[in-house]
Design a protein around this ligand. Structure first.
Ligand SMILES: *Cc1c(COP(=O)(O)O)cnc(C)c1O
Length: 469
């Protein structure tokens, strides 16, 4: 299995080579040269597999340059009951006779990003050790992505993490989650500024190519193909748990932001997993909902992007969307390149003629949810089903209900636990979400972080001094 760029300008490379890179050299994203196919017999043979073993089977279709015994060791190290809280790893829980929740948030940071990051942490360490090289992850976070990366990479050989966060602007829970890590390879840098200042410093340093090369800088952003591959596993797992025989169809509803989670579902469907529909749910930032409704893709500026109560879905442009469009236009890199050139020039592209050709929007339906919908859905789900859901999952449940079909199980991806977004739970129910037992006392642990001025040069000096080389 080799990977090419969505814009057609990269010689085919195996998984280990694209794992450590960001964008392809032509500005595109790495995608598999051909998609592996799943057969009904293969799916049936996988029914009884534990999650880590299923992950090995699915990932070996995409990762052919790591010996099977090694890859199996990596998936078994990533998906353990100790890390994910149960033998199931990803529990499937019915809400009522129409909807079930696919529990993707049982990992250390209580959100679905752990599912991919835990595997990525293992894969990074493996590839870096094999190559005798090192990597220094430099990132900015307002809370969520950064903590998933730190928990996945803590204590790993050959890699260090430098995570910038806005000093005094995260919730005390988020601070405790990140800053209580005592591992020597984790560096929390609290910048006296806002999230955008942190982001600007990262851009300035990563854009200095000499510094980037000297310090072996890398990133773990949502465009990493390794994350998409690891996410395909739980669609297969969800289908296996929700069905009893080969040709049964299932629909998935996905709270979406950067289009990473639902892209993995789309790939699973294209590989032959019997998925009836992918239900894309957005919040007030409905760029993607608009695309599936009209065929018009019109990303917004940062100023036009609302700060909502499902903040991890507050995106202006969906970084993984390019991979979907590549597939939609028949793997035509030149066409993708032209569309993204138009996007840069005009601020939009229009594929309204194209979507219908693929039959019912290529298997997608979409809807949007508002703050009021979120509160009402959290309340209704608690009252009717006795289950407390987080605001992002509530967006998924709200939109999923609009597309339930008789006889087709609808699985809503639970992308975070309510304890992480307790303010909104308080607003919906009049009381906070109970903290998970495993994290009791987290906020009283000693914290380790470096406070710095909003000054790229100070951060540069710090990284140079502490980088793993
Ligand atoms: C990241 C995130 C999302 C959005 O996922 P994408 O892959 O960006 O579409 C939704 N909910 C939560 C809680 C998240 O952390």
């Amino acid at each position: 299995m080799n990977y090419v760029s969505t814009r057609g300008g990269m010689a085919p490379l195996p998984f280990s080579d694209i794992l450590l890179e960001g964008l392809a050299p032509d500005g595109g994203l790495a995608v598999p040269q051909t998609l592996p196919k799943l057969t009904a017999a293969q799916l049936e043979a996988w029914r009884a597999l534990p999650y880590a073993e299923l992950a090995f089977e699915v990932l070996s279709l995409f990762i052919t340059d790591i010996p099977a015994a090694d890859l199996r060791r990596l998936t078994h190290a990533a998906y353990t009951p100790a890390i994910f809280g149960s033998e199931d790893i990803v529990p499937l829980r019915p809400l009522d006779d129409k909807l079930s929740l696919l529990g993707l948030s049982e990992g250390p940071t209580l959100a679905f990003k752990d599912m991919a990051m835990q595997f990525l942490g293992q894969a990074f360490e493996y590839v870096l050790t094999k190559r005798g090289t090192t990597l220094n992850i430099l990132g900015a976070t307002s809370g969520d992505t950064g903590s998933a990366a730190e928990y996945a990479l803590r204590g790993k050989k050959g890699v260090s993490v430098f995570m910038l966060s806005p000093h005094g602007r995260m919730s005390s829970f988020q601070r405790a989650q990140m800053y209580s890590l005592q591992d020597a390879n984790i560096h929390n840098i609290a910048v006296r500024g806002v999230f955008d200042d942190c982001q600007d410093i990262v851009k300035a340093l990563a854009g200095d190519l000499q510094f980037k090369a000297d310090c072996h800088l890398g990133a773990v952003n949502s465009i990493n193909w390794g994350r998409i591959a690891a996410q395909i596993v739980y669609y297969v797992h969800g289908w296996l748990r929700a069905t009893t025989k080969a040709d049964q169809q299932v629909s998935f509803a996905v709270p979406s932001g950067n289009f990473g989670n639902i892209l993995a579902g789309h790939i699973a469907r294209r590989m032959g997993l019997p998925i009836r529909r992918l239900v894309l749910a957005t919040n007030e930032n409905n760029v993607l909902e608009e695309f599936f409704r009209t065929g018009m893709y019109r990303p917004r500026s940062a100023q036009q992007t609302h700060a909502t109560s499902s903040p991890s879905m507050d995106i202006s442009r969906a970084s993984n969307f390019e991979r979907f469009i590549f597939d939609l236009v028949g793997a035509d890199g030149a066409r993708v390149k032209a569309l993204w050139t138009q996007l840069a020039k005009d601020g939009y592209f229009d594929l309204s003629g194209q979507l219908g050709e693929f039959g019912e929007n290529y298997g997608f339906v979409a809807g949007a949810s508002s703050h009021a919908d979120r509160l009402a859905t959290i309340r209704a789900t608690y009252d009717a089903c006795g289950v407390l859901i987080d605001p992002h999952t509530a967006d998924g449940v709200k939109v999923a209900r609009e597309f339930v079909e008789p006889g087709i199980p609808m699985l809503v991806l639970e992308t975070a636990l309510p304890a992480k977004f307790s303010d909104t739970i308080q607003e919906a129910l009049g009381r906070p979400a109970p903290p998970p037992a495993a994290l009791a006392g987290l906020e009283s642990l000693p914290q380790r972080f470096e406070v710095m001025d909003n000054d790229a040069e100070a951060v540069r000096r710090y990284v140079r001094e502490h980088a793993a080389l």
